[in-house]
Design a protein around this ligand. Structure first.
Ligand SMILES: [Zn+2]
Length: 343
């Protein structure tokens, strides 16, 4: 390669990494527009596994890998969420270590570049597989590490949903979870806890029913940052994965409460780029627009399947969000909520 071209490439790489690390905290870019995706694609056709995604620093203590928006697949080995860590004086607190033991291990490798400190705790924001199936990757390296989750997450996973998630992900990835065993969270939270870990204050918030009835949001007080779990998804069609678990109104209420928390400046969604109050408000508007549109056709006597095309037309402002084409299954569940509200 010509020397000038090599310099150009080096400068491009530098620009991309600096730009993304410093500017993405308030960005609402879709993954197609964000800096790290063209960076990867332009170099080579690397598989979208966690190894090929950068670790971003969002605040003084918080690091995250922003995962792809795809459904679990073989090429990415199931990787699809935003594994994150808080660096405390005692070591790392990991939030949602991913969808398989290998994703959890890959995340640990990245953290070693930041600090040699151990992992002192793990949190799972809710029960869905892409948020807890990576636990074992951390447990293998730190056998006694406590894994925190809402008590309802633990109840539901123990009652059989952990195995269902394992089988679902292993099948969708054509066996990428062959090395994964289920490591369940073992420390139950109720919401309202204030926890001190290595000099960092964590406040646990539990909206009764939002993305699921198992969610926690984790506020990192010193960094003015909140982990939202899947209550927030940036330019990723909310509810498209598990609409049957969601309360649509409850999700909008939880987003509102998080925005109204004046102490928070940066929000880390379960999927998509980090957020600010403006991008979070757009997600509330989506849910309000969705429910208003369904209500309009419901009051005209339409069934869910009859209104799909009309609701899609009403929500065209969101057509660029990933998985927008799956609106149909979301409508059928939101319709039930609208119907219940009208009795
Ligand atoms: Zn989820």
């Amino acid at each position: 390669m010509h020397k000038v071209n090599v310099m150009k490439l080096v400068l491009l790489l530098m620009f991309n990494s600096v730009f993304y690390s410093s500017a993405n905290a308030g960005s609402t870019d879709s993954p197609a527009e964000s800096a790290h995706v063209p960076f990867m694609g332009s170099l080579t056709d690397l598989p979208p596994t966690i190894q090929n995604y950068p670790l971003e620093r969002l605040s003084e203590r918080v690091y995250v890998v922003i995962g792809p928006h795809d459904w679990p697949n073989k090429k990415a080995k199931g990787f699809m969420n935003n594994p994150a860590a808080i660096l405390t004086d005692d070591g790392f607190v990991i939030v949602d270590p991913g969808s398989s033991a290998d994703v959890g291990r890959g995340f640990l490798e990245k953290l070693k570049c930041v600090s040699a400190k151990p992992v002192v705790a793990v949190f799972n924001t809710h029960l869905h597989g892409d948020h807890f199936l990576g636990n074992q990757g951390i447990r293998d390296a730190y056998p006694g590490v406590p894994i925190y989750a809402h008590q309802r997450t633990i109840e539901r996973l123990q009652a059989g949903e952990a195995q269902e998630w394992f089988e679902r992900f292993n099948s969708m990835t054509e066996g990428a979870l062959a090395n994964t065993r289920i490591a369940l969270p073992d420390r139950a939270l109720k919401g309202g806890e204030v926890m001190k870990m290595g000099g960092v204050t964590l406040k646990i918030h539990h909206p009764r029913h939002a993305h699921s009835d198992t969610d926690i949001m984790i506020e990192v007080v010193e960094d003015k940052l909140m982990f939202m779990g899947d209550i927030s998804m940036n330019k990723f069609m909310p509810y498209s994965a598990m609409p049957q678990d969601a309360s649509f109104k409850g999700t909008a209420d939880a987003l509102k409460a998080a925005i109204d928390n004046a102490a928070i400046e940066v929000y880390v969604p379960g999927h998509g780029n980090p957020e600010n109050k403006t991008s979070m408000a757009i997600q509330i508007r989506f849910t309000e627009d969705l429910l208003a549109s369904i209500k309009k056709y419901y009051s005209q006597g339409m069934q869910a399947h009859e209104m799909t095309a009309l609701v899609e037309k009403d929500l065209q402002a969101y057509r660029n969000w990933d998985h927008f084409d799956e609106l149909g299954k979301v409508i059928s569940h939101a319709y039930v909520e609208v119907e219940q509200d009208n009795f």
